[in-house]
Write a protein of this length. Sequence first.
Length: 236
Amino acid sequence: MPMPKLLQLFLDNVNRPRDFKVAVEGDEAEIYLYDAIGDWYGVSAAQFVQELRGLDVATIHLRMNCPGGDVFEGRAMATALAQVKAKTICHIEGLAASAATYVAGACDEVEITPGGFFMIHEAWTLTMGNKRDHQKQIDLLAKVDDSILADYEKRTGASREQLAAWMEAETWFTAEEAKENGFVDTITDTDRKANRAAWNLAAYANAPAALTKPPVVEDHYNREQAERRLALLERQ
């Protein structure tokens, strides 16, 4: 039985050094989202929102290198960002994929590093239960896709038909293409190649070849333990 893509993404990157932190200096704050999005792996919406709501600053810089994750966690993060009073600027420092793209898009401004990537596709999540549970989740995912389309449409000005086709095809945009199509506002003058190469993206169907090579990282996390945990979650 094939492994669900979301589980594969998390498991493939289980040894990858991750980073989620907040730094405040004066009237500005920086949030580093250098991790996947998920409540049992990576950064949860609860963590993110708690840190976000604790900030009393004029400007928030969201520094992102994120391969995506759970759609509902990502939507919660995006909603929280859209509600803050501070000006929000997302700096894509390598990669914004999947759920990370609508977290980025919730910011007032979005910039990307040269050589960075921006990927959109139809929503992913994990489902456990009987056929009725799965059908409910299918119906919910369709609604989520519609809401994501509305957000992309508002930001880019592209037609819903074009955006839906890009999502269905799992489309990877270069920095230049992301700017040309309105997903980001500017391209920075600094190329963060180290960040861009850090994720194993083999779980995705169309990831550029340069991004699918597994990174060499220190084995600081027990892979067998992670596999057992993911298998238990999948069976529940």
